[in-house]
Design a protein around this ligand. Structure first.
Ligand code: ZN
Length: 306
């Protein structure tokens, strides 16, 4: 699968962008999975795990953070494995318990996430046995204020979620909601630099070898956003549009733009950053930019994922 050295018994199921990668540990006494993908892929997630685990059940499920593309398969896995213990970061545990799908952003973003339960809280600053190694839990605010990342010091492997990708990091959502979080992204990148990983398993995309250049790319990207917050906000809207398109795959142009105009999170971003832009042309322009970038396609009256 790759030539990068990973701790024994660790398997990365690389998924697309709609579903986060799934990281499976089968080496130890207990099988353990990090992140469960998006719900429309849940059946595939369950099949992949059955294939990897054979007759063994999945014992532990951990979420790096509670975005729908990282915990959307939780409910299906909990149904499949009745004794599964689910661990989530502390920040939104209460909202999960009460299933506040607004606070968890699933309702405002128009994303899907079936209700799941959790059993335990992941505590930053502590460590936990994954397979045959002890992994450190680190808070990694920025992309999501409550995200955690995991680090194994012997092999220097980092499970970075959306805090660090090969070419940057995920959208800085708190900034879109009026909270300053670019400094938190910078602090998280500094924290990662301090860990000095060798191998990074990101939340999306392939595993990559860490080098200082990776952080240089991320910091340049961050600087560009800090200097041009509107650019970040536009980028974020396009990411959210593309995410929906990944989910629906194909929809009429009118239906899709209508969906966007009825999606509270997108309208909040518009009100905060682009209040002067007339609504429909603004949405249509952003969709057209997805087409121009080659990540969407128009066919007759429809908009397609590409
Ligand atoms: Zn995320």
């Amino acid at each position: 699968m790759n030539t990068l050295d990973l701790p024994p018994g660790l398997q990365v199921l690389e998924r697309g962008w709609l579903s986060s990668n799934n990281i499976l540990f089968t080496g130890g006494e207990k099988s353990l999975l990090i992140d469960s993908g998006y719900c429309t892929h849940a059946e595939q997630t369950v099949s992949l795990l059955e294939l990897a685990l054979g007759d063994r059940p999945l014992d532990l499920l951990l979420n790096t953070h509670l975005h729908s593309d990282h915990c959307g398969g939780n409910a299906a896995l909990q149904a499949q494995y009745p004794d599964l213990q689910t661990w989530v970061p502390p920040g939104h545990a209460q909202q999960v318990e009460q299933w506040d799908a607004v606070a968890l952003t699933y309702v405002p973003t128009g994303q899907l996430c079936p209700r799941f339960k959790f059993d335990q809280i992941l505590k930053p600053g502590t460590q936990m046995r994954f397979g045959t190694c002890d992994w450190q839990i680190h808070a990694a605010a920025g992309h999501d204020p409550h995200s955690v990342v995991f680090f194994e010091p012997a092999s220097k492997t980092l499970i970075s979620a959306d805090a660090l990708w090969e070419n940057g990091f995920g959208v800085v959502f708190p900034e879109l909601e009026g909270d300053h979080a670019f400094a938190e992204v910078a602090a998280t990148l500094d924290m990662i630099e301090g860990l000095a990983p060798k191998v990074v398993i990101p939340g999306h995309g392939r595993i990559f070898a860490y080098s200082p250049a990776v952080l240089t790319i991320a910091r340049q990207r961050l600087d560009a956003f800090v200097n041009h917050p509107l650019k970040h906000a536009r980028h974020a809207v396009k990411v959210l549009l593309k995410f929906k398109l990944l989910e629906v795959q194909r929809q009429s142009w009118d239906g899709f733009t209508q969906w966007a105009m009825a999606t509270p999170y997108l309208m909040q971003i518009r009100a905060r950053f682009f209040a002067d832009a007339p609504l429909r042309p603004w949405i249509e322009q952003l969709c057209a930019e997805l087409v121009a970038a080659g990540v969407a396609k128009r066919e007759g009256r429809d908009l397609l994922n590409a």
